[in-house]
Design a protein around this ligand. Structure first.
Ligand SMILES: [Fe+2]
Ligand SMILES: [Fe+2]
Length: 473
């Protein structure tokens, strides 16, 4: 086909900048091909999202726990893009729950069940995600640039966004994988490659083989570990010797001093992803994709809130690893309540953050404090929590007869959770040391200001109250 005589006006880029006319005159593409490739991508990305989510709770390393939260969310965003596009291509019923190829299923099952963090990192970030990115780049090239422009667009976006995950893996893996661990992993990694080869690569473009590798780790079903784990920097995690809410709502104390308690409250939110992940794992077959999507967004927001606390302390030159970052909320909820009850507690708490004394108050304290970073973080924390309350109203409240019933169910579930404050002390899990004076003194020294004696003497604990200052029976 010779289109060399075809000219756009003034030599302007033709076809709205999508491609050359020569390329657009090629006719080697169809809706079916586009949908087939998207469905393969959809399957693997949804599985990766589930796999990373299922690791958040039990992964001890904070940097990985938060990264898995981020990456699970990003995989979900791509799944959403693909679902929308497939739905535009004469595909109701979408057929998105069908397994596109046994090799891809085996690959994903192996990633889900691999017992070690090192295996998970190498399998996801060195094999599965690069295969996804490469398949998206091929799709970007192969899809018809004019007729299938919406697919080209999402292929480009997915390759761009997930390319960052591959880069994360390239940086993270050398930090954790020794040469001998890699050697031990190699036979399994080879098996993952064979799964892809069997499927004709992720998008099925390569010749498919009949050699479906035998299951290795996935010979046993996946068992979710709901017990939150933390790395060695998290000292004394059962400590509930300081009640930051009591400090925050005490009018005697200055806004500046309160920013420290707010940074603590933020970093302590690490237990929200640990808990929310358990809801997503337990309800994965009971709720529609849209539920999963919104909840994983919220989960990621909570991980960000924790990191805002980390940055807040770092910016104040305060060592957060000297402060006990309590994890008993996620630990108790995960072990004492079922998924619906945990969702109830989450909704009840988030709804309670909305009145004037909640997130707006924290932002006002940040603004008044003279610490602009605190104001900035609370500003966005507030915005995020408004979103979370809406997510709860969409996905939790409709299960109950009224908002009031939904709230009181959550309240009851929370009261059911034993804080075990005394037990932890009696059994030697923690002394509930009052860590506040040490932190506060150090902050005052950094600020070059004398401590407020009343603030320094603060010693309220969680012994007989919940985080919303409700007295425990
Ligand atoms: Fe939060
Ligand atoms: Fe939230």
């Amino acid at each position: 086909m010779n289109l060399s005589g075809y000219k756009s006006l003034h030599g302007l880029p033709p076809l709205a900048g999508l491609s050359s006319v020569e390329r657009a005159a090629q006719s080697n593409w169809s809706v079916q091909q586009s949908v087939d490739r998207l469905k393969r991508l959809h399957f693997v990305l949804k599985e990766l999202c589930t796999t990373l989510t299922a690791r958040i709770t039990s992964e001890p390393i904070y940097e990985l726990k938060t990264a898995f939260s981020h990456h699970a969310y990003l995989c979900a965003e791509q799944v959403n893009l693909i679902r929308t596009r497939v739905g535009e291509m004469r595909e109701p019923p979408l057929g998105l729950d069908k397994v596109p190829h046994a090799g891809l299923k085996r690959l994903c099952d192996e990633l889900m069940t691999v017992p070690t963090t090192e295996g998970l990192l190498a399998g996801c970030y060195e094999i599965a995600l690069p295969a996804v990115v490469a398949a998206c780049r091929r799709l970007q090239q192969d899809a018809h640039p004019l007729a299938d422009a919406p697919t080209v667009r999402i292929a480009k976006l997915i390759a761009f966004e997930l390319g960052e995950l591959v880069e994360f893996g390239q940086q993270a893996i050398p930090c954790l994988l020794t040469e001998s661990t890699r050697q031990q992993l190699q036979p399994w990694l080879t098996r993952l490659e064979e799964c892809l080869a069997c499927a004709g690569d992720l998008d099925g473009l390569a010749p498919q083989t009949d050699l479906l590798p035998e299951p290795w780790h996935s010979a046993e079903p996946f068992v979710y570990d709901s017990e939150p784990k933390r790395d060695d920097r998290f000292q004394d995690p059962f400590n509930a010797g300081v009640n930051p809410e009591a400090f925050l709502y005490d009018e005697r104390f200055s806004a500046r001093d309160k920013t420290l308690m707010m940074y603590y409250k933020r970093i302590r939110e690490l237990d929200v992803p640990e808990m929310m992940a358990s809801i997503l794992v337990d309800l994965r077959d009971e709720e529609p994709w849209e539920f999963y999507m919104e909840m994983i967004r919220q989960l990621w927001d909570e991980a960000r809130h924790a990191m805002m606390g980390e940055v807040g302390f770092a910016a104040q030159n305060l060592d957060w690893t000297r402060i006990p970052i309590n994890f008993t909320w996620s630990r108790n909820l995960n072990s004492q309540l079922d998924a619906r009850e945990r969702h109830g507690v989450l909704f009840f708490i988030e709804q309670g953050l909305m009145p004037r004394t909640g997130k707006r108050y924290e932002w006002e304290v940040g603004v008044e404090s003279g610490d602009p970073l605190s104001a900035l973080f609370q500003d966005f924390d507030w915005a995020d929590e408004v979103l979370h309350a809406q997510i709860g109203r969409r996905w939790y409240v409709p299960r109950y007869q009224s908002l009031g019933q939904a709230l009181s169910y959550g309240d009851r579930c929370w009261s059911k959770v034993l804080s075990q404050w005394q037990k932890y002390r009696n059994e030697g899990w923690t002394e509930h040391r009052n860590w506040w004076p040490e932190l506060y003194r150090q902050a005052c020294e950094n600020w070059g200001q004398p401590p407020d004696p009343a603030a320094l003497a603060f010693c309220e604990t969680y012994e007989d109250s919940r985080a919303d200052l409700q007295k425990l029976d």
